[in-house]
Ligand binder design. Structure first.
Ligand code: PBG
Length: 326
């Protein structure tokens, strides 16, 4: 054996303490953003059937949820509204008393230190379920921008700390940045869903948000999962238009894109570990087929390793709990 030449990699794996010394990437509770679905009415705490552990919450039930979030050390939530009333133009998205606006005011009043991120889109609010305005059966880009700007400004007026536009219209960052500046919100950052694929992984979310398109699909505005260079073009234009963060979405199947974005741009990179990814883990765990804790921590750490600075995930509360226990 003495004349064999090889490397002894196992030296740095020999004990838990050595492994911890040479660990390259770390998941922190500060990295986690927790999505919440807020609904109208009172006393609502309905579990989304395809997303065990995720609830539709009315405002009166937000306090207990936020107490738990804060106690676990999570610093940021992403708000989605599920309104009772939907119409062609998604009026409730930009109504002063829309559900997200009310929830934002509530959280900022009672939990002022929590960073409230408002998802800026129309699909939860439109009767047709598309992310923009429909003309002759098509989602029209520029008329949609006007409504998205109104939505972003009204979210900022309600106290949102960060605006996160997820609609994938062209120019949405430029339009929203200009609209926010004009309304006096030049200090409010835009967390752009810069790279968002037309993904089957959004299925459970659409059930949760009641936002399934009533006709057609989102392929004329969300990206083709096969494309990589296009992701760079999307990120590049959002950076030029003034984005402060870049989101890549979904997460697990797009880690290569996260790395590309990280290597090519100097903004914080956010990965969205979406509903379908969550539901798959939950379903397998409920069947006893996988070790949920092991799988979730490995996935989230893998996202950090791929280059994500922040992770939007429905696993946030569990992950925060497990991080505390470590
Ligand atoms: C709204 C929006 C979607 C998600 C976040 N914002 C759905 C979609 O584009 O259909 C998906 C999130 C998830 O699946 O967890 N446009």
């Amino acid at each position: 054996m003495n004349d064999l030449q090889f490397s002894r990699h196992r030296r740095l794996r020999s004990t838990a303490s050595i492994r911890s010394l040479v660990r390259e990437n770390h998941l922190r509770t500060d990295d986690l953003i927790y999505p919440l679905f807020v609904v109208e009415g009172e006393g609502v705490r309905n579990e989304v059937s395809s997303m065990p552990g995720v609830y539709h919450l009315s405002i009166d039930n937000l306090r207990a949820e936020m107490d738990e979030v804060v106690q676990l050390g999570i610093k940021s939530v992403l708000l989605f509204g599920v309104p009772d009333e939907k119409d062609e133009c998604g009026t409730q998205a930009y109504h002063e008393h829309g559900i997200v606006q009310v929830a934002t005011r509530f959280i900022k009043e009672h939990f002022p230190e929590v960073v409230v991120i408002a998802d800026t889109c129309l699909c939860e609010y439109t009767s047709h379920g598309h992310c923009g305005v429909i003309e002759n059966g098509n989602v029209k880009n520029d008329p949609s921008l006007e409504l998205l700007v109104k939505t972003a400004v009204s979210q900022a007026q309600a106290g949102a700390d960060i605006i996160a536009p997820s609609n994938m219209m062209d120019g949405f960052v430029a339009a929203i940045r200009a609209g926010l500046d004009e309304a006096g919100f030049e200090d409010i950052p835009v967390m752009s869903y810069a790279v968002k694929y037309a993904s089957a992984f959004y299925g459970p979310f659409r059930e949760a948000a009641e936002s399934t398109p009533q006709f057609g699909d989102r392929k004329s505005y969300q990206m083709d999962p096969a494309n990589r260079l296009e992701a760079m073009r999307e990120a590049e234009s959002d950076v030029a238009e003034g984005a402060d963060f870049l989101i890549v979405k979904p997460g697990m199947p797009y880690l290569d894109i996260v790395r590309d974005v990280k290597n090519n741009f100097n903004l914080p990179v956010v990965i969205y570990n979406v509903s379908g990814e969550y539901s798959m883990v939950k379903a397998a765990a409920q069947n006893g087929w996988i070790d949920e804790r092991g799988i979730v921590m490995e996935m989230l750490t893998g996202m950090k390793r791929a280059g994500a600075d922040l992770i939007i995930t429905y696993h946030a509360k569990d992950a925060a709990r497990w991080l505390k226990e470590q």
